[in-house]
Ligand binder design. Structure first.
Ligand SMILES: NC(=O)c1ccc[n+]([C@@H]2O[C@H](COP(=O)([O-])OP(=O)(O)OC[C@H]3O[C@@H](n4cnc5c(N)ncnc54)[C@H](OP(=O)(O)O)[C@@H]3O)[C@@H](O)[C@H]2O)c1
Length: 295
């Protein structure tokens, strides 16, 4: 495969996603704010770039996996941004979690420059990113989606076209509602089981095999038990996602009490210094509220 794919943002998710593209034989041009991950990917055969515009110059399709909207805006429209050098007919795929309104605004800017843009956020955490088994939800023109499907298939197993621009981001926000509520459910489950003196890993196994199971409990529960807070999905990113969920709910005139509750917990967790920890660190707040320790 000779097509040059650009990849910008080589963090917890972007790095393994880019590695999977290389493994599938795609030629890759990469850029990241700090240089370390660029040099590492160059060691695996990627072309290292020193700006987003250099990536866009070399690539037909440009993938972004960035923390939040300000970074995406800067990488696209900034002084050394993608739009400075993007080829006519170029395709930008934003896989970061951003709001649907923002996705539509960025897509319009790309279209003005003669390109196409898809919002294609992901679910599945770093494990799925490493295994190439992410769930990917795509918004934008169907023909554009069809064109880049082989690229998405190198990173994900379950790939869904959701509709017009912004639909992928909207679906991701729905996903984050379920993530947030299930995360709190997992924490409260473990608080009860621990205080009751049950074998916590056995409780996780039992519940995971029945109707009360969730990805959060199965995958993050064991880490809560041993207090392993290394990040898969950072607290500061869940805080950002829940802000977007609440803004969207406000616009739709919806009342989401459970999301409101988890948002406040996650905000507190971030302010207490856990922003760079994984979201399983939420268990520490619940422990404090009940004055008990899990595990
Ligand atoms: N982690 C998960 O489980 C997960 C799952 C689904 C979706 N997401 C979403 O995916 C996105 C990325 O998450 P992540 O966990 O990979 O975040 P991350 O580990 O913080 O990685 C973000 C990367 O973007 C780079 N970056 C930031 N600003 C940049 C800029 N202006 N130009 C170039 N590179 C820049 C950072 O570089 P530095 O090295 O300088 O920091 C870092 O390598 C977020 O929107 C998140 O909500 C994450």
């Amino acid at each position: 495969m000779e097509i040059m794919i650009g990849f910008i943002g080589l963090g917890l998710m972007g790095r393994p996603m880019a590695l999977n593209l290389l493994k599938r034989g795609f030629k890759l041009a990469v850029f990241n704010r700090s240089r370390g991950p660029v040099d590492e990917l160059v060691g695996f055969g990627a072309v290292g770039c020193s700006s987003a515009s250099e990536v866009a110059e070399l690539s037909e399709t440009i993938i972004m996996m960035l923390p939040d909207e300000p970074e995406v805006r800067q990488v696209l429209t900034g002084e050394n941004g993608v739009l400075k050098t993007m080829r006519k007919g170029g395709i930008v795929i934003d896989m970061s979690t951003v709001s649907p309104m923002f996705s539509r605004e960025m897509a319009a800017l790309v279209r003005e420059r003669g390109g196409e843009m898809l919002d294609a956020p992901v679910s599945g955490s770093t494990m799925a990113a490493e295994q190439g088994s992410l769930t990917i939800m795509v918004g934008g023109r169907y023909e554009t989606y069809e064109k880049v499907k082989p690229v998405l298939e190198a990173m994900g197993k379950n790939i869904y076209y959701m509709g017009e621009s912004g639909s992928g981001s909207l679906t991701k926000l729905c996903n984050q509602v379920a993530v947030a509520v299930n995360l709190l459910g997992a924490c409260e489950t473990l608080i009860v089981a621990s205080k009751a003196g049950l074998d916590l890993n056995k409780v996780i196994e039992v519940i995971s095999s029945g109707a009360g199971g969730s990805w959060q409990l199965t995958n993050l529960g064991p880490r809560m038990v041993v207090k392993d807070f290394r990040p898969g999905f950072k607290v500061k990113h869940l805080r950002k996602d829940l802000r977007m969920v609440r803004e969207t709910a406000e616009r739709l005139g919806l009342c989401l009490p459970a999301v409101g509750l988890v948002s406040e917990f996650v905000k507190a967790l971030d302010q207490l210094g856990h922003g760079e920890d994984g979201t399983q660190a939420l268990i520490t707040l619940l422990e404090n509220l009940s004055n008990t320790r899990v595990g």
